[in-house]
Design a protein around this ligand. Structure first.
Ligand SMILES: Nc1ncnc2c1ncn2[C@@H]1O[C@H](COP(=O)(O)OP(=O)(O)OP(=O)(O)O)[C@@H](O)[C@H]1O
Ligand SMILES: [Mg+2]
Length: 311
């Protein structure tokens, strides 16, 4: 469907192998995982240095000692099966949840021991975009209020006279428009709401954005747009990203490093090229096989192989 109109229908194979409508063709062409891979930044000092982060919920160990470095302007993708601890790690890094032990040095200061007042000041630098934007967007506020709220809290960012123009600019950057300013969150689709959440995070001009499945709800063509936007911000503003995803192809086009998590541990960490071209762990290889090719025949073959391997 496009703009409320049925433009094409058929079996999965007909539509995938022989698309007729330009919009269908565009969607298939936008499938991620075909672009150039990044060469990671070399030689700079890490802005974030995470060491041995542990977290248990009762007897259950959700994080069993996570360590990694992140450079300014770099993207660390975090992938792994459901329940592997990705969101827990994200929440702990932003102190939305407290770790049991470990450290996270942001520009040399440990985020885990900052006072509430210092943490408040740093909040501006560290933003998060969640999987489900309905939870982070107050339904009573308009889009204009949601985005400009950041400047009410941090008035030094932008004088009030410039708010409307800047909101319009941010909306345009994420593929919406100034005409959407007066609307409330429920008047948007899920994918559009996610773009509002991204615009809101950008309003604070952060240095690090943690995206937890932030583009998973978007269709591939919009996904490609949003990722291109994030990539541009990274280059222009040096924003670093921790990009949590189920979807390995998305990560391939965007990440510098990939961290593979399973049951609260890092099973493999390497450059995007290392992970995609020479994965060392069987678990990483299985994740790659499961996600890489949108071709229905290839997917059917993978499913059959998985079934054959299952006990
Ligand atoms: N507040 C909590 N209390 C108890 N257990 C929790 C809590 N938060 C997370 N867990 C457990 O920790 C584990 C890791 O959860 P987490 O949300 O980090 O997984 P995830 O990798 O983000 O998964 P998904 O890909 O499904 O989002 C899960 O087994 C979860 O049940
Ligand atoms: Mg999660």
């Amino acid at each position: 469907m496009e703009k409320g109109v049925l433009v094409e229908q058929g079996t999965v194979r007909e539509v995938y192998k022989n698309p007729q409508h330009p919009y269908t063709k565009k969607l298939i062409a936008a499938a991620p995982g075909k672009g150039e891979m990044h060469a990671p930044l070399a030689g700079t000092e890490p802005v974030l240095r995470v060491r041995d982060v542990r977290k248990s919920y009762g007897a259950f160990q959700a994080l069993k000692g996570i360590s990694f470095d992140l450079m300014a302007g770099e993207t660390m993708a975090v992938v792994g099966e459901s329940g592997s601890g990705k969101s827990t790690l994200a929440r702990i890094l932003l102190r939305l949840d407290e770790p049991d032990s470990g450290s996270a040095l942001w520009k040399g200061r440990d985020l885990f021991t900052l006072s509430p007042a210092d943490l408040y000041k740093l909040r501006r630098d560290l933003q998060m975009v969640f999987q489900d934007p309905t939870q982070s967007l107050n339904p009573r506020m308009t889009v204009y209020q949601l985005i400009s709220e950041a400047w009410v809290i941090h008035p030094d960012i932008l004088p009030k006279a410039k708010w409307r123009a800047r909101v319009a600019e941010l909306l345009t950057q994420v593929g919406l428009g100034p005409e959407h300013m007066g609307r409330h969150p429920h008047q948007f689709s899920g994918g559009q709401r996610q773009r509002i959440a991204i615009a809101r995070a950008l309003a604070l001009e952060p240095k690090l954005i943690i995206c937890d499945e932030a583009v998973s709800a978007l269709d591939v063509s919009v996904q490609a747009q949003v990722i291109a936007l994030l990539d541009r911000l990274r280059q222009e503003m040096g924003i670093a990203f921790i990009f949590i995803a189920h979807d390995l192809p998305v990560v391939r086009d965007f990440a510098d490093h990939v961290m593979v998590m399973q049951r609260g541990e890092v099973v493999e960490l390497g450059t995007v090229r290392e992970i995609f071209e020479t994965p060392k762990q069987a678990y990483t290889q299985a994740l790659l096989a499961a996600g890489l090719d949108p071709d229905p025949d290839v997917q059917a073959r993978h499913r059959a192989e998985r079934l054959a391997r299952a006990p």
